[in-house]
Design a protein around this ligand. Structure first.
Ligand SMILES: Cc1cc2nc3c(=O)[nH]c(=O)nc-3n(C[C@H](O)[C@H](O)[C@H](O)COP(=O)(O)O)c2cc1C
Length: 390
């Protein structure tokens, strides 16, 4: 078995094992990918303060996210199509999260349906919805999540229109993959992936096919998706969608601006996720880590502020927590693990991050994740940018 020392090790194996089309789907940002790259690289501008001769015994990372106990402040972000990264991928990831004691968030665009994931797991997971135009579909989708026992609703608010990812266009991304001479050649080298995929019936968008009007066969899905997102979304509509859910906390995901964070407080959300969709939407937007502190300073005492974007290590989690996040999410990091080694790979990704977070926290002289604050950081004075007045 391969030795896994960090998230990059998982990424290397992932690249070898999963068809190029799906690797590219995960490993890309919109347009020039500037925001995608900076989400990760901006972490390295922040330094950690090494402390010594502090009691580093009996450490704990346990905390809560939206009132739910978590063994560390790291949830699995909603990632679409993970059932194509590995057969029944959503079930494998949910099980790994369950074992690790962290939340799993199922995407609307998952391959395994809400019901299927609920059947194959023992603990409630969170469910993510996109803001779609079709009120009846939204109502039914949210009711299905409630019925399946989901314990929090994540509403993704940064995808009214879709940012373009060049690789997906070039690859003609589809679920399941279309057979062209190029994709057949690629698939022939990914036999392990193919064999596993033959063993499952979950190969389409399980939450949508057969549930949305006019989408009974996967062929009609592409046109439905293009039409489905609501470009006219506003705060009244967000409140309306929140009202469809009475199954626990509501988390608004995809906030990068202080004004929008204030509006999220006003609309009554329980938490926000400072996020730019992993650099997949507005290319040229600030990295999430640069957007975090001003948002925490503006609304951190009124709403729980969560964070995602660019996390590839426990040190990254530590920095986000020190800047004031109450919890973080990983997207690609667990996807690499899943594609590399299925459930074991997701577990490995979580364990890598847990260990890095724990030891780095200790080396900063802290024993409890609740004691982690800005004092452990050295942040450049202009990290958030000094911008010309408009
Ligand atoms: C392949 C892929 C698919 C994604 N699908 C969804 C999705 O269905 N719903 C959603 O809200 N966010 C989606 N996201 C965004 C993630 O939830 C998260 O915001 C992002 O991955 C965080 O950045 P990171 O990958 O650098 O950790 C997706 C991200 C990736 C990489």
């Amino acid at each position: 078995m391969a030795v896994i020392t960090n998230i990059d090790d998982l990424k290397r194996i992932y690249r070898r094992r999963v068809p190029k089309m799906f690797y590219d789907y995960a490993e890309s940002g919109s347009w020039t990918e500037q925001t995608f790259r900076e989400n990760s690289s901006d972490f390295s501008q922040i330094y950690l303060r090494q402390r010594i001769a502090k009691d580093m015994s009996n450490r704990t990372l346990a905390t809560q996210m939206v009132g739910h106990d978590v063994s560390m402040p790291v949830a699995l972000a909603p990632v679409g199509l993970t059932g194509m990264q590995s057969a029944d991928g959503e079930i494998k990831a949910a099980r790994a999260a369950e074992k690790a004691g962290v939340p799993f968030t199922l995407s609307t665009m998952s391959v395994c349906s809400i019901e299927e994931v609920a059947r194959k797991t023992t603990r409630p997971f969170w469910f993510q919805v996109y803001t779609l135009k079709d009120d009846d579909f939204m109502r039914r989708l949210i009711a299905r999540a409630k019925k399946a026992g989901c314990s929090a609703l994540v509403i993704t608010v940064d995808l009214q229109v879709l940012g373009q990812r060049h690789k997906d266009v070039r690859n003609g991304l589809s679920t399941p993959p279309k057979l062209t001479p190029k994709s057949i050649l690629d698939l022939s080298t990914k036999w392990r992936w193919g064999l596993e995929m033959l063993g499952t019936r979950n190969r389409f968008f399980g939450n949508i096919v057969g549930h949305a009007d006019g989408v009974s066969d996967p062929g009609s899905l592409a046109s439905w998706t293009a039409e489905a997102f609501d470009p006219a979304l506003d705060w009244t509509r967000i409140r309306h969608l929140m009202d469809m859910w009475d199954g626990g906390p509501v988390i608004l995901k995809g906030i990068l601006d202080v004004e929008d964070a204030k509006a999220a407080v006003a609309v009554g959300a329980d938490a926000i996720v400072v996020s730019n969709h992993g650099g997949r939407q507005l290319d040229g937007a600030l990295s999430s880590i640069r957007a975090l502190r001003p948002i925490v300073d503006a609304v951190g005492d009124k709403i729980e502020v969560h964070f995602d974007g660019g996390i590839r290590s426990g040190q990254d989690v530590l920095k986000a927590m020190a800047l004031g996040a109450k919890g973080t999410y990983i997207g690609r990091a667990w996807t690499y693990g899943l594609g590399a080694m299925g459930q074991k790979g997701v577990t490995a990704a979580l364990e890598v991050i847990r260990k890095e977070l724990d030891v780095s926290m200790a080396l900063c002289g802290r024993r409890d994740i609740h004691e982690v604050d800005r004092d452990i950081l050295l942040v450049p004075e202009d990290f958030e940018g000094r911008w010309a007045a408009n």
